[in-house]
Design a protein. Structure first.
Length: 225
């Protein structure tokens, strides 16, 4: 079993310690560091190389949105990749459902958001889910968060036009938030074949995970094509 290294970022000491207890009690994961603001979070991602960051969206000094943007800045991503580090995933923690700041953080690279009153089992499941490269919110919520965030859509990149017809079918299905099994049923392919297509799409478009496929589709007006 892969051990999941978690960095916890929140400006409230009591909340941090409570979440630490929950995470450390789970099999196969643990908190490797904590931060009280975005500046410290960015530094600790570089120093500790966590697998998953639980990031409070509203903090003084530097908030979770800006910290997420800096964590996924191209130069930092390139340095982590060059060092052989595993990809880092960010889950935004927020008090409000469908928070516009959460939407912006997702656009910058976060894999979804959790409400701060979520249950311990849901928190543990979310950490495992994003570590596997998936989103931690329902497709409908993700669409609601992103709808209207990209007006007008930017032109379709040449990289998208280089996708094969089958890859575009899979892209469209993933952009709707469908699982590999659901995509397979739609395009008449096995789950393993769908995974291969998704991997090719991510590589060709320079994206990190399935969540970024959804963001990319909204950004370029490709939803529903």
């Amino acid at each position: 079993m892969t051990y999941i290294r978690v960095l916890l970022v929140d400006d409230q000491d009591l909340f941090r310690e409570g979440v630490r207890v929950i995470v450390d009690a789970q099999d196969g994961m643990g908190v490797v560091g904590t931060a009280g603001d975005g500046f410290e979070a960015v530094r600790l991602v570089d120093d500790l190389v966590p697998d998953v960051v639980l990031m409070d969206v509203r903090m003084p000094e530097m908030d979770g949105v800006e910290a997420t943007r800096q964590i996924f800045a191209p130069d930092r991503v390139a340095r982590r990749a060059a060092s052989g580090a595993r990809p880092v995933r960010v889950v935004v923690l927020t008090t409000f459902n469908l928070d516009d700041r959460a939407a912006t953080a997702i656009r910058h690279g976060a894999s979804g958001f959790l409400l701060k009153d979520t249950t311990p089992p849901m928190l543990a499941d979310a950490i495992r889910t994003v570590h596997a490269g998936n989103a931690v919110l329902a497709p409908g919520d993700l669409t609601s968060l992103l709808a209207g965030s990209f007006t007008p859509p930017t032109p379709t990149p040449a990289a998208y036009l280089d996708l094969t017809d089958k890859e575009r079918e899979v892209f469209a299905a993933v952009a709707r938030g469908l699982s590999n099994a659901e995509v397979g049923g739609l395009v008449f392919a096995s789950e393993s074949t769908v995974k291969t297509h998704v991997g090719a799409i991510l590589r060709k478009l320079g994206l990190r995970d399935r969540v970024q496929i959804v963001v990319y589709a909204h950004e370029h007006g490709l939803v529903g094509r």
